[in-house]
Design a protein around this ligand. Structure first.
Ligand SMILES: [Zn+2]
Length: 223
Protein backbone atom coordinates (compact mmCIF):
# COMPACT_ATOMS: atom_id res chain seq x y z
CA UNK A 1 0.00 0.00 0.00
CA UNK A 2 1.43 3.41 -0.96
CA UNK A 3 1.94 6.08 1.67
CA UNK A 4 -0.92 8.14 0.29
CA UNK A 5 -3.24 5.14 0.30
CA UNK A 6 -2.24 4.41 3.88
CA UNK A 7 -2.95 7.99 4.95
CA UNK A 8 -6.32 7.96 3.19
CA UNK A 9 -7.14 4.67 4.88
CA UNK A 10 -6.28 6.15 8.31
CA UNK A 11 -8.42 9.22 7.58
CA UNK A 12 -11.30 6.91 6.70
CA UNK A 13 -10.90 5.09 9.98
CA UNK A 14 -10.44 8.06 12.30
CA UNK A 15 -12.49 10.86 10.79
CA UNK A 16 -16.25 10.47 11.01
CA UNK A 17 -17.78 10.07 7.53
CA UNK A 18 -20.14 13.01 8.03
CA UNK A 19 -17.19 15.40 7.62
CA UNK A 20 -16.58 14.08 4.14
CA UNK A 21 -18.35 15.58 1.12
CA UNK A 22 -20.45 12.72 -0.23
CA UNK A 23 -19.76 13.82 -3.76
CA UNK A 24 -16.05 14.70 -4.03
CA UNK A 25 -15.01 12.92 -0.80
CA UNK A 26 -13.03 15.91 0.47
CA UNK A 27 -12.95 16.61 4.20
CA UNK A 28 -14.26 20.14 4.70
CA UNK A 29 -17.14 22.33 5.84
CA UNK A 30 -20.40 20.77 4.69
CA UNK A 31 -24.00 21.82 4.42
CA UNK A 32 -26.96 19.76 5.71
CA UNK A 33 -26.79 17.61 2.60
CA UNK A 34 -23.18 16.67 3.31
CA UNK A 35 -22.02 18.47 0.20
CA UNK A 36 -19.10 20.91 0.19
CA UNK A 37 -19.54 24.48 -1.06
CA UNK A 38 -17.72 23.72 -4.34
CA UNK A 39 -19.99 20.83 -5.19
CA UNK A 40 -23.12 22.72 -4.18
CA UNK A 41 -22.40 25.70 -6.46
CA UNK A 42 -22.01 23.37 -9.43
CA UNK A 43 -25.70 22.49 -9.29
CA UNK A 44 -27.97 24.81 -11.23
CA UNK A 45 -31.55 25.05 -9.90
CA UNK A 46 -34.51 24.75 -12.27
CA UNK A 47 -36.64 27.83 -11.67
CA UNK A 48 -39.84 26.98 -13.52
CA UNK A 49 -42.44 24.20 -13.40
CA UNK A 50 -43.10 21.88 -16.30
CA UNK A 51 -46.60 22.04 -17.85
CA UNK A 52 -48.04 19.37 -15.58
CA UNK A 53 -51.29 18.54 -17.44
CA UNK A 54 -49.25 17.55 -20.43
CA UNK A 55 -47.75 14.85 -18.23
CA UNK A 56 -51.09 13.77 -16.66
CA UNK A 57 -50.35 15.42 -13.32
CA UNK A 58 -51.42 18.45 -11.29
CA UNK A 59 -47.92 19.75 -10.83
CA UNK A 60 -44.54 18.54 -12.01
CA UNK A 61 -41.47 19.78 -10.18
CA UNK A 62 -37.78 19.36 -10.92
CA UNK A 63 -34.89 20.54 -8.74
CA UNK A 64 -31.67 20.85 -10.78
CA UNK A 65 -30.47 20.70 -14.37
CA UNK A 66 -28.98 17.40 -15.40
CA UNK A 67 -25.54 18.63 -16.41
CA UNK A 68 -22.24 16.69 -16.38
CA UNK A 69 -21.89 17.14 -12.66
CA UNK A 70 -25.41 15.93 -11.92
CA UNK A 71 -24.87 13.04 -14.28
CA UNK A 72 -21.88 11.91 -12.22
CA UNK A 73 -24.02 11.97 -9.09
CA UNK A 74 -26.78 9.92 -10.71
CA UNK A 75 -24.18 7.48 -11.97
CA UNK A 76 -22.67 7.18 -8.48
CA UNK A 77 -26.16 6.55 -7.09
CA UNK A 78 -26.59 3.65 -9.47
CA UNK A 79 -23.09 2.29 -9.02
CA UNK A 80 -22.70 1.37 -5.41
CA UNK A 81 -23.07 4.51 -3.28
CA UNK A 82 -26.82 4.21 -3.40
CA UNK A 83 -27.63 4.89 0.22
CA UNK A 84 -25.88 8.27 0.42
CA UNK A 85 -27.27 9.54 -2.85
CA UNK A 86 -30.79 8.31 -2.15
CA UNK A 87 -30.70 10.43 1.02
CA UNK A 88 -29.23 13.42 -0.76
CA UNK A 89 -31.75 13.28 -3.62
CA UNK A 90 -34.60 12.87 -1.13
CA UNK A 91 -33.38 15.96 0.76
CA UNK A 92 -33.30 17.93 -2.51
CA UNK A 93 -36.86 16.88 -3.33
CA UNK A 94 -38.03 17.71 0.20
CA UNK A 95 -36.53 21.19 -0.08
CA UNK A 96 -38.26 21.74 -3.41
CA UNK A 97 -41.63 20.73 -1.94
CA UNK A 98 -41.11 23.21 0.89
CA UNK A 99 -40.09 25.94 -1.55
CA UNK A 100 -43.29 25.57 -3.58
CA UNK A 101 -45.46 24.84 -0.50
CA UNK A 102 -46.70 21.48 -1.76
CA UNK A 103 -47.77 18.92 0.83
CA UNK A 104 -48.66 15.33 -0.07
CA UNK A 105 -50.19 12.30 1.69
CA UNK A 106 -48.00 9.60 0.18
CA UNK A 107 -44.93 8.99 -1.97
CA UNK A 108 -44.73 6.62 -4.90
CA UNK A 109 -42.11 6.20 -7.62
CA UNK A 110 -41.42 5.22 -11.20
CA UNK A 111 -40.10 1.67 -10.86
CA UNK A 112 -37.55 -0.08 -12.99
CA UNK A 113 -38.14 -3.57 -14.43
CA UNK A 114 -37.52 -6.66 -12.32
CA UNK A 115 -34.68 -7.74 -14.60
CA UNK A 116 -32.89 -4.43 -14.07
CA UNK A 117 -33.53 -4.51 -10.31
CA UNK A 118 -31.86 -7.92 -10.19
CA UNK A 119 -28.95 -6.73 -12.33
CA UNK A 120 -28.35 -3.47 -10.43
CA UNK A 121 -29.28 -4.79 -7.00
CA UNK A 122 -31.73 -1.95 -6.34
CA UNK A 123 -34.69 0.04 -7.60
CA UNK A 124 -33.10 3.48 -7.41
CA UNK A 125 -36.15 5.71 -7.55
CA UNK A 126 -37.72 3.38 -4.97
CA UNK A 127 -34.79 4.00 -2.64
CA UNK A 128 -35.19 7.78 -3.02
CA UNK A 129 -38.92 7.32 -2.27
CA UNK A 130 -38.04 5.42 0.92
CA UNK A 131 -35.86 8.28 2.15
CA UNK A 132 -38.31 10.99 1.10
CA UNK A 133 -41.20 9.21 2.84
CA UNK A 134 -39.10 9.15 6.03
CA UNK A 135 -38.23 12.85 5.72
CA UNK A 136 -41.85 13.89 5.15
CA UNK A 137 -43.26 11.33 7.56
CA UNK A 138 -45.80 10.01 5.05
CA UNK A 139 -46.28 6.45 3.74
CA UNK A 140 -44.38 5.09 0.75
CA UNK A 141 -46.81 3.39 -1.62
CA UNK A 142 -45.74 0.78 -4.11
CA UNK A 143 -48.31 1.42 -6.83
CA UNK A 144 -46.61 0.45 -10.07
CA UNK A 145 -44.99 -2.49 -11.78
CA UNK A 146 -42.73 -1.89 -14.77
CA UNK A 147 -43.68 -4.25 -17.56
CA UNK A 148 -40.90 -6.17 -19.20
CA UNK A 149 -40.46 -4.50 -22.59
CA UNK A 150 -40.86 -6.92 -25.48
CA UNK A 151 -38.05 -5.61 -27.61
CA UNK A 152 -34.95 -3.53 -27.32
CA UNK A 153 -36.11 0.12 -27.36
CA UNK A 154 -33.14 1.24 -29.44
CA UNK A 155 -34.03 -1.06 -32.32
CA UNK A 156 -37.63 0.18 -32.59
CA UNK A 157 -39.04 2.91 -34.79
CA UNK A 158 -39.92 6.19 -33.07
CA UNK A 159 -43.64 5.37 -33.13
CA UNK A 160 -43.11 1.89 -31.76
CA UNK A 161 -40.96 3.36 -29.00
CA UNK A 162 -43.67 5.83 -28.05
CA UNK A 163 -46.29 3.05 -28.01
CA UNK A 164 -43.99 0.88 -25.94
CA UNK A 165 -43.45 3.63 -23.40
CA UNK A 166 -47.12 4.53 -23.17
CA UNK A 167 -47.83 1.05 -21.95
CA UNK A 168 -44.76 0.58 -19.77
CA UNK A 169 -46.41 0.31 -16.34
CA UNK A 170 -49.33 -1.30 -14.61
CA UNK A 171 -50.91 -0.12 -11.39
CA UNK A 172 -51.71 -2.90 -8.97
CA UNK A 173 -53.25 -1.06 -6.08
CA UNK A 174 -56.36 0.93 -5.25
CA UNK A 175 -55.99 4.01 -3.11
CA UNK A 176 -58.59 6.24 -1.51
CA UNK A 177 -60.14 9.01 -3.62
CA UNK A 178 -58.63 12.44 -3.09
CA UNK A 179 -55.33 11.10 -1.77
CA UNK A 180 -52.49 13.47 -2.67
CA UNK A 181 -49.78 11.25 -4.13
CA UNK A 182 -46.33 12.39 -5.20
CA UNK A 183 -44.82 10.28 -7.97
CA UNK A 184 -41.04 10.64 -8.07
CA UNK A 185 -38.17 9.75 -10.39
CA UNK A 186 -34.49 10.67 -10.49
CA UNK A 187 -34.25 12.26 -13.96
CA UNK A 188 -36.82 13.65 -16.39
CA UNK A 189 -35.75 13.84 -20.02
CA UNK A 190 -38.75 13.99 -22.34
CA UNK A 191 -41.16 13.22 -19.52
CA UNK A 192 -42.56 10.24 -21.46
CA UNK A 193 -41.68 7.74 -18.74
CA UNK A 194 -43.13 9.60 -15.75
CA UNK A 195 -46.15 10.50 -17.86
CA UNK A 196 -46.75 6.85 -18.68
CA UNK A 197 -46.40 5.93 -15.00
CA UNK A 198 -48.87 8.68 -14.08
CA UNK A 199 -51.36 7.42 -16.64
CA UNK A 200 -51.24 3.90 -15.17
CA UNK A 201 -51.91 5.22 -11.65
CA UNK A 202 -54.81 7.40 -12.84
CA UNK A 203 -56.35 4.53 -14.82
CA UNK A 204 -56.64 2.55 -11.60
CA UNK A 205 -57.31 5.54 -9.33
CA UNK A 206 -59.20 8.17 -11.27
CA UNK A 207 -59.89 10.34 -8.23
CA UNK A 208 -56.46 10.55 -6.68
CA UNK A 209 -54.58 13.85 -6.83
CA UNK A 210 -51.34 13.10 -8.59
CA UNK A 211 -48.22 15.28 -8.43
CA UNK A 212 -44.81 14.55 -9.88
CA UNK A 213 -41.23 15.44 -8.97
CA UNK A 214 -37.79 14.57 -10.25
CA UNK A 215 -34.40 15.53 -8.89
CA UNK A 216 -32.97 16.41 -12.30
CA UNK A 217 -34.26 17.82 -15.56
CA UNK A 218 -32.38 17.32 -18.84
CA UNK A 219 -34.01 19.66 -21.33
CA UNK A 220 -32.36 22.81 -22.65
CA UNK A 221 -32.15 25.65 -20.21
CA UNK A 222 -34.74 28.39 -20.60
CA UNK A 223 -33.14 31.75 -20.26
ZN1 LIG B 1 -17.58 18.17 -2.66
Amino acid sequence: MSLQATIERLIDIFLPPDLQCINCQRYCQLNDWQLCADCLTQLEPVDFELPAEQYQMRRLLTCYYYDDFAQKMVYAHKEGKGRYYAKLFAAMLAEKLTEVALSVDAISWVPTTRVKITRRGADHAGDIATELAKLLNVPRLSLLTAKQQQSDQKKLSKQARIANRQDAFSCNRQIEAGLRVLLIDDVITTGATISSAARAILLANRHCQLFGAAVFYTANKRK
